[in-house]
Design a protein. Sequence first.
Length: 276
Amino acid sequence: MTSSGTLSLESTLVSYAINPTDGTRIYYEVTGEGPALIFLHGSALSRVIWRGLGYLKGLPGYSHIRIDARGHGKSDKPHEPSAYAMERLAEDVLAVMDAEEIATAGIVGYSLGARTGWQLMTTVPTRFAAFVALAGSHRKQTGEIKNIFFPGYLETLKNGDIDAFVAGFGPGLDRATALAFKSNDPLALYAMFAEMEDAERSIPDTLIAQVSTPVLAMAGDQDPRRYADSQDQAQITQNCRFHPLPGRNHAGTLFYAQDNLAVIKPFLDKNYPGTA
């Protein structure tokens, strides 16, 4: 282990970056060589989803940087809702980039990760060369999260019962996702979702319209809010292309990785190519 807390593990670099505003430690892993490509997972998941679903294997030629969002995985898990302001999540990504001395990167983000990506596109656009937004909205999600999860999800998390949270999804929840959900700190998730429901603000369309970074927005037509918002992003933003995913719900937007990669890889090859 180096003095910075970084160690090498089977060609994977694992480390922590520190958010300079509030001191939150953000865990991340780096695999491969080439231009930096940052992967931002959705809420209640973690960095492991990208390798497990095949996104890393399907996008060779990059330095893959997988970040555990605050409140998830091996990152710190504050219990105060204000700690999950979108400005803090964006700062976390920049802290990782600065720790690795990365001037410019691409982003692949899903759900919460895509929302974080839009925050970055509208605040520090010069740091990013391409952005893939999977099921991501730039608009406030009050009342929408229960449609993705289940009614009463927030109270269940507030009670600290992660097993009841997982059970709330019913028997259709796949085993891998159930295990990922069970690994969470329920009070950290409660704080994050409370912030989203009560305090998080939309990014104004006027700012979205100013984004010049190439963007690929993808969403399933069974995920109506994110589908509509992604369509709007393509209409508002000159350099944004929308790719619809027929028959996909919110989770399905991420999990059919091979179909997604058939669209994502040509987009990145054109706008932010990896090494041969």
